[in-house]
Design a binder for this molecule. Structure first.
Ligand code: HEM
Length: 403
């Protein structure tokens, strides 16, 4: 039981618009929290960082005792295991093998070489906005940019973007608590559709290999006996999804934060030397991924409370990033010059530290700085619309006037 009346309720009205008040309350009152859903939730920076980096913890759901929500999902859907073969949900040595296959494509040096191509794409998208009275920054830049970049890196054929966006938007909800049977069914259907699409794309690519990441992964599967068919499909789906469903929120949430803080917007416009640090601060202030997870393999004591073996533990990155114990009394404020902004936990930590961090940082920096330099007076044209997600929380629409 919780030691206070407050409890973690991501289904509370208004939570996706602003989860931070609830985080503040729980971080102060019950930072090692057992929610009524039977899930442990950690809110403090120190605890979250320690769990992320602890190699004795697991990410494999098979090690967790089912929670109330798991039981419900099983009742609605039967035994499914969405995403369980991705590196995100595998422990070493499988994790090490799967990550090694693609890690070379994501090193900071390899990613830096994509800089000119990404800048060209940013410029094209901004050109297309010229002259419009108002534009939705999500559909005109924040979504299509990372989507094009990861599609080109992988070498995906052209697909029906709207359909794919709908599936991937549903699929990423498997990374958050879901208590609605209809939503569970929709997620499962989107998972099946995505799996069929990825399998088809892999077959097509086998017949049409090129100089791209997907061909390299297929070659590894064919020649080295290092990864099975289902593992290959799972990694492709993960990269495809993680490549765009996260960075869209960095660009969207970052631009919203800037437009809501006029002095910071003018400060960034005046000083390009702040571009990179501003991206760190956006990642800290309103992170694109609100939580990660670990599973205990033995009873684990945190702050005098015992988290039992086999517990599913949510690590709330969005709360850790605003912990005054770490970031001081100004933790809740946007400060693009913050000296330790890059200490945020937006990319997780330990062996699962985000593989795409260098790519996301580059895309975020080029998109936001180019937009601001070209349209310094950009401002909100109407209230933004949130996407209703608890974890990959971001904007569905961000209407602006470019000035
Ligand atoms: C701003 C954008 C992004 C954010 C905030 C983000 C955040 C995260 C987080 C929190 C994790 C889990 C880390 C952990 O539990 O320790 C993760 C893992 C991962 N991310 Fe990202 N991500 C972003 C962009 C990307 C991009 C562009 C890609 C590349 C295609 C990517 C690929 C991955 C992969 C493959 C993993 C699993 C790594 C592993 O398990 O070893 N991410 N990311």
């Amino acid at each position: 039981m919780s030691t206070v009346d407050a409890f973690y309720n991501p289904f509370a009205p208004g939570f996706t618009e602003n989860p931070y008040d609830q985080y503040d309350l729980l971080r102060a009152a019950d930072p090692v929290h057992r929610s009524p859903l039977g899930i442990w939730v950690l809110f403090r920076y120190g605890d979250v960082a320690a769990f992320l980096r602890d190699p004795s913890l697991s990410v494999d759901d098979r090690n967790a005792k089912p929670t109330v929500l798991d039981e419900m999902a099983r009742e609605v859907l039967g035994d499914g295991d969405a995403g369980s073969e991705t590196m995100l949900m595998r422990d070493p040595p499988d994790h090490t093998r799967l990550r090694r296959l693609v890690s070379k494509a994501f090193t900071p040096r390899t990613i830096e070489r994509l800089s000119d191509r990404i800048q060209t794409l940013v410029d094209e998208h901004l050109d297309a906005c010229a002259g419009a009275a108002t534009v939705d920054l999500i559909t005109s830049l924040a979504f299509p940019l990372p989507f094009r970049v990861i599609s080109e890196m992988l070498g995906m054929p052209d697909t029906d973007t709207d359909q794919l966006r709908e599936w991937s938007g549903l699929l990423v909800r498997s990374l958050e608590p879901v208590a609605d049977p209809d939503l569970l069914r929709a997620i499962a259907a989107a998972g099946a559709a995505m799996e069929a699409l990825v399998t088809e794309v892999i077959e097509w690519k086998r017949a049409n290999p090129a100089d791209d990441l997907l061909s390299a992964m297929i070659a590894a599967e064919e020649h080295g006996d290092v990864l099975s068919d289902t593992e290959l499909a799972a990694q492709v789906a993960l990269l495809y999804l993680a490549g765009h469903e996260t960075t869209v929120n960095l660009i969207g949430n970052g631009m919203l934060a800037l437009m809501r803080h006029d002095a910071e917007r003018r400060r960034l416009h005046a000083d390009p030397a702040l571009d990179a640090n501003a991206v760190e601060e956006f990642l800290r202030y309103d992170p694109p991924v609100q939580m990660s997870r670990r599973i205990t393999l033995r009873d684990t004591e945190v702050d005098g409370r015992v988290i039992e073996e086999g517990s599913f533990v949510l690590l709330v990155l969005g709360s850790a990033n605003r912990d005054p114990e770490q970031f001081g009394p100004t933790a809740s404020r946007l400060d693009i010059g913050r000296a330790d902004a890059n200490q945020h936990l937006a990319f997780g930590g330990g062996v699962h530290y985000c593989l795409g961090a260098a790519l996301a940082r580059l895309e975020g920096r080029l998109a936001i700085s180019s937009l601001l330099r070209r349209y310094p007076d950009v401002e909100l044209a109407a209230a933004p619309e949130w996407n209703g997600r608890i974890n990959l929380r971001g904007l569905a629409r961000l209407p602006v006037t470019l000035g």
